[in-house]
Design a protein around this ligand. Structure first.
Ligand SMILES: Nc1ncnc2c1ncn2[C@@H]1O[C@H](COP(=O)(O)OP(=O)(O)OP(=O)(O)O)[C@@H](O)[C@H]1O
Length: 269
């Protein structure tokens, strides 16, 4: 299978002497759905930002379809890759359709307007995300779940090969979480979009992802199919919790039972 994205030996720190991510390697195949999991502060979002070239690795390289992203211009990257985060700009007073049109910018020349075939792509993006009925509403008039779908529609209008998502379901209720996950599954399975998603809900990760990469303190500590990764010792070693793991028709389902050692704030015991 073709490699959609390859990261080798990534390093990043926000301050000169620190290393938040160190020796990070990743290969993602075209059409794969990869989940990145790990405790708070383990570097998941930092990795995602390096994959999207929102921050530049201090060491190592990220390649997209075999091309070093450091040598690509931003528009070329945006034609192939897009990122949805947990809380997009909430105070934007524009219609859903105008937001989705922005997704066409990487495909337009500086003098071109979003018309003709570009408007057809906008229609398609609204259709596939079930946002047609809301296209003339302002973003300010949408619920959290609808707004997240509107941003996803904008991402789709970019017609990306790869979709990066950073905890996209954080502020959604359980029904809207599942709705978004099902929609992403549809885009992954039917449009062949490669999905790389950071998520905290490990049961959802187990249910939807083809492969899991688990991070701890800036490095990959486990990697494999959900059923290979989500085992009792994983929850103990990576999250410091005792858990029971059940098998639901091949999908691991975990039940947290307690912390191995109490999580205390630094200096407080
Ligand atoms: N802009 C920043 N400036 C300084 N330090 C940062 C910045 N962003 C993140 N950090 C630090 O880098 C570390 C890793 O953060 P990151 O957001 O990548 O972790 P994460 O695994 O995504 O965490 P979470 O699960 O809590 O979202 C944390 O200790 C965090 O405090």
């Amino acid at each position: 299978m073709n490699q959609a994205l390859t990261a080798s030996e990534l390093k990043y720190g926000y301050r000169p002497s620190e290393s938040i991510v160190e020796g990070f390697n990743l290969n993602v195949s075209s059409g794969e759905w990869l989940g990145i999991v790990g405790p708070n502060g383990s570097g998941k979002s930092t990795v995602l930002r390096m994959l999207a070239r929102l921050v530049t690795p201090q060491r190592g390289t990220v390649s997209m379809s075999g091309q070093n992203m450091a040598n690509m211009n931003s528009k070329a990257i945006a034609r192939q890759m897009t990122m949805l985060t947990q809380s997009q700009e909430a105070s934007l007073d524009i219609t859903v359709r105008d937001l989705v049109r922005r997704g066409r910018n990487p495909h337009l020349k500086w003098y071109e307007e979003c018309r003709g075939k570009h408007e057809e792509v906008v229609d398609w993006a609204l259709q596939v995300t079930s946002m047609r009925a809301l296209q003339h509403r302002s973003l300010l008039e949408l619920s959290g779940g609808e707004r997240q779908r509107a941003w996803l529609a904008m991402c789709m209008a970019q017609t990306p090969c790869t979709l990066l998502l950073d905890e996209p379901t954080t502020y959604l209720d359980i029904a809207h979480q599942l709705e978004l996950m099902e929609l992403i599954r549809l885009l992954n399975r039917e449009q062949g979009i490669t999905v790389i998603m950071v998520l905290h809900d490990l049961n959802q990760a187990a249910r939807y992802c083809d492969r899991i990469v688990a991070m701890k303190q800036g490095s990959v500590v486990r990697e494999g199919k959900p059923s290979e990764v989500f085992q009792v010792d994983f929850f103990r070693d990576v999250f410091g919790i005792e858990a029971k793991v059940h098998n639901d028709e091949g999908v691991p389902v975990f039940l947290p039972c307690g912390v191995v050692r109490p999580l205390v704030h630094e200096g407080i015991t």
